[in-house]
Design a protein around this ligand. Structure first.
Ligand SMILES: NC(=O)c1ccc[n+]([C@@H]2O[C@H](COP(=O)([O-])OP(=O)(O)OC[C@H]3O[C@@H](n4cnc5c(N)ncnc54)[C@H](OP(=O)(O)O)[C@@H]3O)[C@@H](O)[C@H]2O)c1
Length: 240
């Protein structure tokens, strides 16, 4: 059985992959969740990191994932909810309905059921509380109309952080990290990228390491809960 596990969801690429690698490097007992088996998951496996597969596409699959976690792990040091779907809202209503279900499941249902299902196994070390970290988005504070389904389900994830910080205290700290332009995706055209950088006081794409540094600072701070840390180069201040 794994002990003091740090679960990172959506570790198959980009930010989740980086968080799993760096936390392992730091000495944490990482369990890297993935949906699609990628070269990055193979690389984590080669480093000796434990991995687990699940698609959070419905509540039955998520509940099965919680049962699988309980069979693999006797205790958790932290749960990091990074898995996410990102796309503009479809103009076709029936497609938008499917998107809502999909985004709700990955951004809200999965974190809720995993947090609630594993609450009793989340144990701090040396009298310090354990951690839950929700990776949200600066859209929670200042939403982009074209991405309203993405943004509103991420806002639900932010609100869940606030309520669980009350509900799970004092044994568990619950915080959020809200990235801004950290890594662009194919959804961002050159024009959109230039506009985003022009709206970012620190004027660059931040990269994945600043997100890891925020996670590390939350894990190491025993008196922080119900807080959201922006990692956005200041874009939330000037985003249109
Ligand atoms: N990149 C940025 O600049 C930025 C900005 C703001 C916020 N964020 C937040 O930071 C986090 C990481 O961002 P990212 O850009 O690295 O994300 P990403 O490239 O979109 O990766 C998301 C991960 O979540 C997994 N996932 C998606 N749907 C899933 C489902 N139904 N079940 C299980 N896993 C699922 C994906 O698996 P598959 O490989 O199978 O698709 C993928 O590994 C996200 O929460 C995102 O919202 C990022």
């Amino acid at each position: 059985m794994l002990e003091n596990t740090v679960l990172v969801t959506g570790s198959g690429r980009r930010i989740g992959f980086h968080l799993a690698s760096r936390l392992h490097q730091e000495g944490y007992a990482v369990l890297a969740h993935y949906r699609t088996h990628t070269d990055e998951i193979q690389a984590l496996h080669n480093l000796g990191i434990e991995t687990i597969q699940a698609d959070f596409n419905n509540s039955a699959a998520i509940l099965q994932f919680v049962d699988d976690l309980k069979l693999r792990c006797s205790s958790f040091r932290a749960l990091i909810h990074n898995a996410s779907s990102f796309a503009p809202t479809s103009t076709e209503l029936a497609v938008a309905a499917e998107q809502y279900e999909q985004f709700f499941n990955v951004h809200m249902m999965a974190p809720f059921l995993i947090n609630q299902g594993l609450q009793s196994l989340l144990l701090g070390i040396d009298d310090n509380p354990a951690d839950i970290i929700h990776i949200t988005d600066i859209n929670v504070e200042n939403p982009t109309p074209r991405f309203d389904i993405y943004g509103t389900t991420k806002a639900g994830l932010h609100n869940m952080m606030l309520v669980l910080a009350k509900k799970f205290a004092p044994q568990i700290k619950v915080n959020a990290i809200a990235p801004g332009p950290v890594l662009f995706t194919e959804q961002h055209s050159q024009e959109v990228q230039q506009q985003m950088l022009a709206e970012t006081p620190l004027a660059k794409e931040g990269g994945v390491e600043p997100v890891y540094l925020a996670v590390k600072s939350v894990l190491e701070n025993p008196f922080l809960t119900g807080a959201s840390i922006p990692v956005d180069g200041g874009r939330r201040l000037s985003k249109r």
